[in-house]
Design a protein around this ligand. Structure first.
Ligand code: MG
Length: 337
């Protein structure tokens, strides 16, 4: 088994702004695993606010003994990778993705088939409009054209103006993501009640990560479903947020990959929580991997491949606002020649 790590910077079409952060590209590490004439890919995407970097990823990779990895089955491989450190969720996800790709390629089945997912249940994916001047937001709406649903980042002093502007140009359903930007529960409730009158479906992460008591208060009074993103990374976090939110946003880069994301979907459903599957800035490798679990979820937010200019893999096909899963062994990405 040969492991190759390639650092990369995925360039964004527009500078990406959320309530407390801005960037123009995203550091990525691609992982290539070669074994028995198969070549499998994984990736980790590391927006800086999550605390992982190309350097921490490469340090993590140095801990891996490829001879040990080569002689384990898939579940043992994933346990081995997770055991190597406490955090490093994104680089662990890169290995989880590549190892699932390798396993399913070897067994000549698609990832969708491996998870026994019904593709007919694929939800529409939303397209994200980041925080910007009203002028630029108007431009970005043109990029959202092929999508049936948009996700709008709020948590600014102009939240109502942003929504009013968007409503002047489109009546598409809106998913709101406040990215922890509402610091006061009364303000959050006022905003949610107002958004409910503007064809908004749900609100993601209205308040800071550990505002659990405020969130219980807010959940009780909210007229829209509230989803945890930053407050819920891995399987064990679900217990902490189950009384504070109506749903969770699962992302491979937070969950350490597909295997734990799959367990999180099942756990959330058992607790009657709604599930969204989302992404960081990822290439087609991470997006198609996550899309294979999307039919198990209520909402999909897997849009990053339409927001970047140097994706080394072919952009997935979008049909009626839904990602079409490739009927190929493994994840099914294709290199961009
Ligand atoms: Mg979010």
């Amino acid at each position: 088994m040969k492991i190759t790590a390639t650092p990369f910077r995925l360039k964004l079409n527009y500078p990406f702004k959320i309530s407390d952060f801005e960037r123009i590209d995203t550091p990525i590490v691609f992982i290539k695993i070669e074994q028995d004439n198969y070549t499998a890919w994984g990736e980790c995407s590391m927006p800086p606010y999550l605390g992982e970097t190309i350097e921490t990823s490469l340090e993590f990779i140095n801990k891996i003994d490829s001879n040990v990895l080569a002689n384990l089955n898939l579940n043992e491989q994933l346990e081995y990778i997770d055991s190597l450190s406490l955090n490093n969720n994104a680089i662990k996800a890169a290995f989880d993705i590549a190892l699932h790709d390798l396993y399913t390629q070897k067994n000549n089945i698609s990832l969708v088939k491996y998870f026994n997912v019904n593709e007919a249940l694929m939800p529409e994916t939303s397209f994200t409009i980041g925080i910007d001047t009203l002028e630029v937001i108007k431009e970005k709406l043109k990029d959202a054209e092929p999508f049936k649903r948009i996700k709008v980042k709020l948590g600014t002093d102009e939240d109502q103006d942003i929504i009013k502007l968007i409503r002047k140009h489109t009546d598409k359903e809106i998913v709101v993501d406040a990215n922890r930007g509402w610091l006061n529960k009364e303000h959050a409730l006022k905003m949610i009640d107002w958004l409910a009158t503007k064809k908004c479906l749900l609100v993601e992460q209205p308040m800071p990560i550990n505002a659990f008591e405020e969130m219980i208060w807010l959940k009780d009074k909210s007229s829209l479903p509230l989803f945890a993103d930053e407050s819920c990374k891995r399987f064990n976090d679900i217990e902490n947020v189950k009384d504070c939110f109506h749903g969770i946003n699962i992302k491979l880069m937070k969950s350490t990959g597909l295997a734990e994301a799959y367990r999180m979907i099942n756990k959330a459903k058992a607790l009657s929580l709604k599930v969204m599957i989302g992404c960081m800035s990822e290439s087609s490798v991470g997006i198609l991997a996550a899309a294979s679990l999307a039919p198990l979820c209520d909402y999909a937010d897997l849009d990053s491949v339409w927001m970047v200019s140097n994706n080394p893999f072919e952009t997935p096909t979008l049909l009626e606002g839904k990602i079409k899963l490739p009927n190929l062994a493994g994840i099914g990405y294709q290199t961009n020649n």
